[in-house]
Design a protein around this ligand. Structure first.
Ligand SMILES: C[S@@+](CC[C@H](N)C(=O)[O-])C[C@H]1O[C@@H](n2cnc3c(N)ncnc32)[C@H](O)[C@@H]1O
Length: 309
């Protein structure tokens, strides 16, 4: 008879077997309670991430606002290099919060990916423009101008905005195959731009200081009447973001040469973006003409930063 099945051996081993049984029961109970706890935690995280996704995903705005840690680290390094300012991380973080807040509360959207938009918003104020006059060529819903107003104010300057756009109801781009339906469903109209500028406290009527802090010129940046009206001052900041064709950008650059202040900052949006080759081609042609006082400071994401010297 095998030793372990012998009645005496079985009797002798009974207490140990009972102890093993008890341990296995405890172990199983604690494993299943751990699994239940993990499942509850996962359910909670799923709910949180769904809610955060609704705040930040691309639905209704074209580009999501969920940058990775690496993306932000790259952006901070670029802003820091182009601006030479030690507060690049603060500026990028602040820009990101501003974009999320304004797209949640505003009407419409800011155009462009998160790095592109936050790069412009962070870098412009850090370059310490020589005066508060800002010209944006191509404003879409006016939310970038609104966000820039906030960002410049944070660095101590209350901007005076001039925005130029035909505002014909939808975004105007020369590429006929481009789908002009905006992902927000919001029309590109003057009332929309007004509603958004109001979020930054920008006033379109003369205030206590005697002049409005914002004005909207409805038309093309190539229109002689628009140019005449907008050329009444020298701008500390000019954002070129209207007609993205080579000839359109080149024409804007020639105009910009005459209306940018000494030391003024010019941003060429979508520079180096494969979707808009005309932007880079225009700058290269402009530079090659030899007739420029603009100097390239560098690139942040898909924007080139120039300074008038
Ligand atoms: C890419 S969107 C601008 C986005 C805006 N700057 C932003 O960051 O949210 C381009 C805008 O330029 C406008 N546009 C196109 N051609 C223009 C021109 N010749 N003059 C002024 N605006 C123009 C379009 O209607 C459109 O609203």
């Amino acid at each position: 008879m095998p030793l372990l099945t012998h009645p005496l051996a079985r009797r002798a081993l009974r207490p140990f077997a009972a102890l093993v049984d008890q341990r296995v029961r405890i172990q199983t109970r604690s494993t299943s309670s751990e699994i239940a706890a993990l499942r509850a935690e996962l359910d909670g995280l799923r709910k949180q991430s769904y809610a955060v996704g609704m705040l930040l995903d691309r639905t209704g705005r074209g580009a999501h606002r969920m940058p990775s840690e690496e993306q932000i680290a790259t952006l901070v390094a670029q802003v820091s290099e182009v601006s030479g300012n030690p507060h690049a991380r603060r500026a990028v973080t602040s820009a990101f919060r501003t974009v999320v807040a304004l797209e949640a509360l505003g009407v419409g959207r800011l155009a462009g990916g998160t790095s592109n938009v936050c790069g412009k918003l962070a870098t412009i104020p850090l370059l310490a423009p020589p005066n508060p006059d800002v010209l944006e060529i191509g404003t879409l819903h006016g939310l970038f101008a609104t966000a820039l107003t906030r960002m410049m104010h944070r660095e101590g300057t209350e901007p005076r905005l001039t925005v130029v756009d035909p505002l014909i109801g939808s975004q105007l781009q020369p590429d006929a195959v481009r789908d002009n339906a905006d992902p927000t469903g919001t029309p590109v109209r003057e009332d929309v731009v007004r509603a958004n500028l109001a979020l930054a406290g920008a006033s379109l009527v003369p205030g206590d200081g005697g002049s409005p802090t914002a004005r909207i010129f409805k038309g093309f940046s190539q229109d002689p009447e628009i140019r005449a009206a907008a050329s009444d001052r020298k701008y500390g900041v000019i954002v070129v973001d209207g007609d993205h064709s080579r000839d359109g950008v080149l024409d804007d650059l020639r105009w910009v040469e005459g209306i940018v202040a000494d030391g003024g900052v010019v941003v060429l949006d979508d520079y180096g973006d494969a979707a808009w080759p005309g932007v880079r081609e225009a700058w290269e042609a402009h530079l090659a003409s030899g007739d420029t006082r603009l100097e390239m400071l560098g690139r942040v994401a898909t924007s080139a930063f120039l300074r008038r010297v």
